[in-house]
Write a protein that binds this ligand. Sequence first.
Ligand code: AMP
Ligand code: MG
Length: 342
Amino acid sequence: MKTELLRISDPTDPRLVKVGQTLRNGGLAAIPTETVYGLAANALDEKAVEKIYEAKGRPSDNPLIVHIAHFDEWKPLVKEIPESAERLAKAYWPGPLTIILPKSTLVPMKTSGGLDTVAVRMPGHPIARAIIEKAGVPLAAPSANTSGKPSPTTASHVLHDLDGKIEYIVDGGECTVGVESTVITLVGDRPRLLRPGGVTPEMLESVLGKIEIDPAVFNKLQEGTVAASPGMKYKHYSPTAEVIIIKGDFEKYKSYVEERADENTAALCFDGDAEKLCGISILTYGEETDSASQANRIFEALREADEKGYQTVYARYPLADGMGLAVFNRLVRAAAFHIVEL
Ligand code: AMP
Ligand code: MG
């Protein structure tokens, strides 16, 4: 299959009509969102959804997020919308927040990975919403990368992973948030955060009161436990290079990495650290005190590690609260939970 790359900055661009039609008719297109690029298909069409799993090499029990453009498209997808869900959506949609509720029969089991719940999000990116509108159906859209690899934050990342496997890549520029959406489930007694993202725990609690944070956000799932969010049990966000997170102050980090420097090794550190480190290759992921800039850069930096062919990457430990929780959650998985405390 030939993949057509369309550079589109205007949500009224007429070329979005053919992208929408292709999706409605069962094809695949990568679309820009404010979080990461999504690999979209008609969420209500089992055959189309199957193609997503195939193109990504994604395990079929890992459910997809369904994307909508308007509030009234939510109701048909779920059993009912509790008042708490409505308040949450009003506060943060359109935006980087996914809400899980019991699903209606309209949503195929293929889309929900065999679960009786469905994850729904209204993306903030105007081009994403325009594409959903043109398709006229809700769109299932996981990240547009090969399963397990760092998520794509530019169209060229998507091209690298999916060229020849999908009909279109819509290039809408760089993703502003840079990590996937916050996922919260409202199924069960208490709201529970399954994946941290651009909407922070504090932002959720300001609407819902106290929420639980699923242990899988911080820790590796133990063998044999059932994952609340099946995606959490898979190896994730990993470059080919081995990533090791170094916890400790900058001076300790500096001597640790400088001792281990060679041509196959890089320091994954913050903007401005380059001048302070000697004899080691540098990758950076944002400013030390700005979690949003780290989220924006983390996946690109991990991809750069592979492009440059490093075998080992020593990452500086990020701030791990607020938006930083999302950064830590991705980095610790890229590192397969390997943290060295100095
Ligand atoms: P991605 O599509 O790559 O952003 O991944 C979607 C994430 O949301 C995965 O971690 C899924 O396991 C999770 N997810 C989607 N739908 C559900 C659901 N119904 N229940 C629990 N987790 C879900
Ligand atoms: Mg993903």
